[in-house]
Design a binder for this molecule. Structure first.
Ligand code: SF4
Length: 458
């Protein structure tokens, strides 16, 4: 096993080496996977480059969760094909969820030399060598135990403040609409000491915030192979990471309503440096839809979880995911989603209309029968309502003070900084000598539905 303690976590840029260009689509798990890929390729002698035109190898790390995510990747492959016409020796690899879902079919696109699923990244240097001989290379084997625990990801973020650590891979839940269990395989929890080592290494390299990520972090469970009565669950892991350095913030996602335990909530309450934000995807407010989605909780049990969060963690923000227009969704089901949003008053939400994914249980068993214009209208209603609620929640913050971890300049101006509160609210305020990584006390002066406008007070 490679010792991950305190090694350099930043890319080594060396124009004399073969150049690797990586594009990443999809969720934070994919971003973290690209960092694993860079680590593997850097060990094989490659150096990261910023422009596709400089690359000897181009990787695109993909997402299959919605059809339009795949369409975007095909658009990029068309562009890579032009690059290959200009420089035929360039090797192009499709990595991740699309590689796992489409397998050999991807070779139908003339740009593609390598197809590599999410558990095959150790094999990439060999696949690249094989592809240089002009033959398509594929590895889409899904593992029951691969966690990349001994690989220290090389961070590609630009801020050097907030980093993501994968604590598990795959998912066992099989929500009926979701492609993830098919493309990322069965759930595997990563050995806890390797997670602690990675967090220590990041902190030693100046990171101020650690994000523990997995498809369903609440089902994290490590059984000590030498003594299976010794277990570490997510609450315990969270505590261990929080204790590494009480000045470093710890976040996590994604939580599952059926698995989120009170012990996680009590652990969050116990440590100031565990951020007070929970992303708890509800997907629908209708029990009929939740059952069809195979979510394994009801509207009532979800609301009970929300009540416990508010009891144990007053002031904790809660965000969610919502799907509009799932198979068979009636107007009444939709109204129940709207009423749940009203009842919970989420701080924010990711809202999508249902997009059928081939191979899922929903695609096999249920008709995608909500007409596109109805889906769209329902989604718009959901977005409009949630925007109102987010704005009201943010207005409550006006005049209040928060501690903000600065991540860098705001999108609009270098004279403004952007950071987040413990509740994961985005704050913008005049730079006034502060910089990325600073913890700054701010007062909220006004807001939009997405941003708190602030002034620094210390
Ligand atoms: S919990 Fe459900 S939605 Fe989330 S990754 Fe697993 S199967 Fe997909």
């Amino acid at each position: 096993m490679r010792d991950s303690k305190y090694h350099s976590v930043k890319p080594i840029i060396d124009p004399a080496k073969p150049q690797l260009y990586i594009e990443t689509y999809g969720c934070q798990m994919n971003v973290n996977d690209s960092e694993v890929v860079l680590s593997v390729m850097q060990d094989a002698g490659y150096s990261l480059c910023e422009m596709m035109e400089d690359a000897d190898v181009i990787f695109v790390n993909t997402c299959s969760i919605r059809e339009n995510a795949e369409q975007r990747v095909f658009g990029r492959l068309d562009l890579f094909r032009l690059e290959k016409q200009r420089r035929p020796d360039v090797v192009v690899g499709v990595l991740g969820c699309m590689a796992e879902r489409l397998k050999e079919e991807l070779f139908d696109h003339p740009a593609v030399d390598i197809v590599a699923g999410p558990d095959s990244y150790r094999d990439l240097p060999r696949l690249v060598e094989g592809a240089k001989g002009g033959r398509g290379q594929i590895n889409v084997w899904l593992s029951h135990d691969e966690t990349y625990a001994d690989i220290s990801p090389v961070r590609m973020d630009r801020n050097g403040v907030s980093a993501f650590i994968s604590i598990m891979r795959g998912c066992n839940n099989v929500c009926s609409y979701c492609i993830v269990p098919f493309v990322r395989g069965a759930e595997r929890s990563r050995e806890p000491q390797s997670i602690i080592n990675e967090a220590e290494s990041l902190i030693a390299n100046g990171y101020k915030e650690i994000n523990l990520i997995g498809q369903n972090v609440d089902s994290y469970l490590w059984l000590d192979p030498s003594n299976t009565s010794r277990q570490i669950n997510f609450a315990r892991l969270l505590e261990k990471v929080a204790l590494i350095d009480r000045k470093v913030r710890v976040r996590f996602s994604t939580s599952h309503p059926k698995d989120m335990s009170n012990s996680v909530l009590y652990t969050m309450a116990m440590y100031d440096n565990i951020c007070k934000h929970i992303h708890l995807p509800v997907q629908s407010g209708s029990n009929a839809m939740l059952e069809k989605m195979n979510r394994k909780y009801t509207r009532e049990s979800y609301l009970e979880r929300i009540n416990r969060i508010r009891e144990i963690l007053p002031g904790c923000s809660v965000t969610t995911d919502v799907i509009a227009g799932f198979c068979g969704e009636t107007e009444q089901d939709h109204l129940e989603t709207l009423s749940l949003l009203e009842e919970v008053q989420f701080d924010g939400a990711f809202m999508f209309q249902y997009s059928e994914r081939p191979g899922t249980k929903a695609a096999r068993r249920f008709a995608d029968d909500v007409p596109p214009d109805v889906k769209k209208a329902r989604l718009n209603q959901i977005i409009a309502l949630q925007n109102d609620i987010s704005l009201r929640n943010n207005q409550y913050s006006v005049g209040r003070e928060y501690q903000v971890l600065v991540e860098g300049s705001s999108k609009r101006s270098d004279e403004q900084l952007m950071g987040r509160t413990s509740q994961n609210k985005t704050c913008v305020f005049p730079a006034a000598g502060y910089k990325a990584g600073d913890l700054v006390r701010v007062k909220v002066t006004s807001c939009t539905s997405a941003t708190l406008i602030c002034e620094a007070i210390s």
